[in-house]
Design a protein around this ligand. Structure first.
Ligand SMILES: N=c1c2ncn([C@@H]3O[C@H](COP(=O)(O)OP(=O)(O)OP(=O)(O)O)[C@@H](O)[C@H]3O)c2ncn1[C@@H]1O[C@H](COP(=O)(O)O)[C@@H](O)[C@H]1O
Length: 108
């Protein structure tokens, strides 16, 4: 997974400065931030619907669409993959994240 995400991020980053014929990524960068954000929202909604329908294979496909569009957003916003990985790694080491108010809700 990590290698695939890293490889895809690098292709997307390279696409940013290109005008490659037939490239969907170039099309997204040309359209700009509003279009990229709209696609992130659409793909997130499609994941939700596939998951709600209990369709694991379709949910996996939609997750890939969402991850791709999130990576496009990261490149557009100049957010390095390393920066996100570092935050994830910090959070991984932290245990017991259930907030106090959630515990209160569960106990009531
Ligand atoms: N991983 C992806 C990827 N995932 C999803 N998509 C595109 O995301 C779109 C999502 O489908 P939709 O039906 O929601 O959108 P659409 O109707 O095609 O597009 P809109 O008119 O809504 O913008 C499809 O066009 C998919 O092809 C992707 N497009 C490209 N990549 C990878 O990005 C790299 C560069 O691709 P190009 O820039 O196309 O060369 C390659 O490694 C590709 O495999």
């Amino acid at each position: 997974m990590n290698g695939a995400v890293q490889g895809l991020y690098e292709i997307i980053r390279a696409r940013r400065g290109e005008r490659t014929q037939g490239s969907y990524t170039c099309y997204l960068f040309e359209q700009g931030l509003d279009k990229i954000l709209k696609k992130v929202g659409e793909e997130a909604s499609e994941c939700i619907i596939a998951a709600k329908n209990g369709d694991g294979a379709q949910t996996a496909q939609e997750l890939c669409d969402l991850i791709y569009h999130l990576l496009v957003l990261m490149v557009e916003q100049d957010i390095p993959l390393d920066a996100v990985e570092e935050i994830l790694e910090q959070r991984r080491r932290k245990q017991g994240n259930l907030k106090e108010f959630h515990q209160v809700d569960r106990n009531s």
